[in-house]
Design a protein around this ligand. Structure first.
Ligand code: ACM
Length: 524
């Protein structure tokens, strides 16, 4: 026995080294993570200790999440001699950064703000969920983590104008976003097929504008009441997700125009009744009234006013008397100048409402107040739009179609979904996206780059299963691209860690693309 002791010790040391170097299973991969010895036993008797009173909301969210995802009920206690989870607020530093220290004797999460604590607890929750077995209680492997995000803006956009999914699905998406530390939910609520938000002053927007979707013209009106919006915004806020509503204008206004045709600026043969009328003063008052209600419902101080693809349906402006008069009065030579005049006026409205001005990359050409504006670069084939936005000092969010439009197919064998000259948006491309490889002349390190976002448009999505199939697991790859330092990313290692994340999706009833053969594509 004694003779083999040195050998045993050598094995133990080697084993420690091996675990110290093993890859942290947390997604997105943290800045620094090392495995510590042992496991922390989590069960109904684990005390939750709030060392700083301001951390109580985070403790409560953890309680809810543990109950929902693991069935474990932990209580907040003043102090305890048992191994506990302790939440500590410390002064200073990046509000999103956190430290997670674990040993069999206790777990401590420290951060400078509730947001940082939330992310630390999210890492702990991931370790716990991945370790959960069938018995009561979870032996959570111990890790020591120091972490902070790469980008401030880690977003996902859902188009509920073309297909309405309802609040239960939206909450599920918010849960997944929070689990992977995504923090901006861009809610595309208005477009051609449907208007999805109740506006008290103009009830027909929801009653009439809410009828139909992209796939069926006459489905009963579907929209979110203001109470439901409040509920979802509060749900998101608990999870440190900011909800950004989009009210698209002056184009993509078809649903609104069905409800209040007096504000329509007409359209084109292919896109009838596509625009609001920029020539009528009444239009500005109408839209201002709408935005005032929107602004009250979404306390983020950010409203996205679209501004995209106006030229698809602005043909009628050429002959509309009100628009023609405006062009003469304001000396506007082209329809594009009319567009910019309109966007500038609506931007003024937003600024008076204490809201930032958010728009698709078409708004770059309008002269907007640089400090207040965030431009969403979506036209991957037009990098000059991004360059111009940065040159003008606008903040930018990167959501180029390829690879961040999740209505593009993810595998060459997929039957339905978009492609761009054969190109599409596989998991690997989402994962490997890096601002460092933007086209020449664009500074990928510019502090004006707020972050990245994926957008799910729903022209090719009719069912909840397909919505999830297009979103997952790409959303998880997006989360790592948005959070983790580029030099730490490695797609093969990510795929290995992703394997343990997929069963968690399944647990929540979320359909996802594994390999196309394993999880067949829902084509509607
Ligand atoms: C867009 O895809 N029209 C922003």
């Amino acid at each position: 026995m004694l003779r083999s002791l040195p050998l045993l010790l050598a094995f133990l040391v080697l084993d420690q080294l091996a675990t110290a170097q093993s890859l942290c299973p947390v997604i997105p991969l943290p800045v620094k993570a090392s495995q510590a010895a042992g496991q922390f036993f989590l069960d109904d008797n684990t005390p939750l200790i709030v060392a700083s009173p301001a951390a109580l909301p985070e403790a409560q969210v953890l309680q809810k999440q543990l109950l929902k995802f693991t069935g474990i009920r932990v209580a907040v206690q003043p102090q305890s001699s048992r191994p506990a989870i302790t939440l500590k607020l410390e002064k200073g530093g990046d509000p999103a950064a956190y430290t997670l220290n674990m040993s069999p004797k206790g777990v401590t999460v420290s951060a400078a703000s509730g947001e940082g604590l939330f992310y630390g607890l999210a890492s702990f929750l991931q370790l716990a969920r991945k370790a959960q077995g069938k018995e009561t209680g979870i032996r959570v492997p111990c890790w020591n983590i120091q972490d902070a995000p790469l980008y401030r803006w880690r977003g996902f956009m859902l188009d509920e104008s073309r297909q309405f999914f309802g609040k239960a699905e939206v909450k599920k998406i918010l849960d997944e976003m929070a689990f992977y530390k995504l923090n901006r939910f861009h809610w595309h609520l208005t477009d051609e097929p449907g208007w999805r938000i109740e506006i008290k002053q103009y009830p027909r927007l929801a009653y009439v504008g809410g009828i139909g979707n992209h796939h069926h013209r006459n489905t009963p009106a579907a929209y979110y009441t203001q109470d439901e919006i409040e509920e979802i915004v509060a749900y998101a806020r608990e999870r440190h997700i900011t909800v950004v509503p989009e009210i698209d204008m002056p184009g993509h206004a078809t649903a609104a125009n069905r409800a209040y045709p007096e504000f329509s600026g007409g359209g084109s043969a292919k896109y009838p009744e596509f625009t609001f009328n920029p020539g009528k003063e009444e239009t500005y008052q109408y839209l201002t009234n709408i935005l005032k209600e929107v602004n009250v419902l979404f306390p983020s101080g950010m409203i996205h006013i679209g501004g995209d693809e106006v030229s698809f349906g602005s043909e009628k402006w050429k002959t509309d008397p009100a628009v023609q008069q405006l062009m003469q009065k304001e000396k506007l030579g082209t329809l594009e100048q009319v567009e910019h005049y309109f966007i500038k006026r609506m931007a003024d409205t937003l600024i008076r409402l204490n809201s930032k001005v958010l728009g698709w990359d078409e708004v770059t050409a309008a002269s907007l107040p640089a400090k207040e504006t965030i431009v969403f670069w979506w036209r991957h084939d037009r990098p000059q739009q991004l360059k111009s936005a940065i040159d003008k000092g606008y903040k930018v969010v990167l959501c180029p179609r390829i690879p961040f439009y999740f209505d593009f197919v993810q595998d060459s064998s997929n039957l339905v979904g978009r492609r761009w000259a054969g190109a599409f948006a596989p998991l690997e491309a989402v994962y490997n996206f890096s601002a460092a490889s933007l086209p020449a002349g664009i500074n990928g390190k510019s502090p004006l780059i707020e972050g990245i976002q994926a957008n799910l448009w729903t022209e090719t999505v009719q069912s909840v299963d397909r919505m999830y199939y297009m979103t997952f697991p790409r959303l998880i790859a997006l989360a790592e691209a948005a959070w983790t330092q580029p030099d730490k990313k490695d797609f093969e290692q990510f795929k290995a860690r992703l394997k343990d994340a997929l069963p968690l999706l399944k647990q929540q009833g979320i359909y996802y693309m594994d390999t196309p053969a394993k999880t067949p594509e829902p084509i509607r």
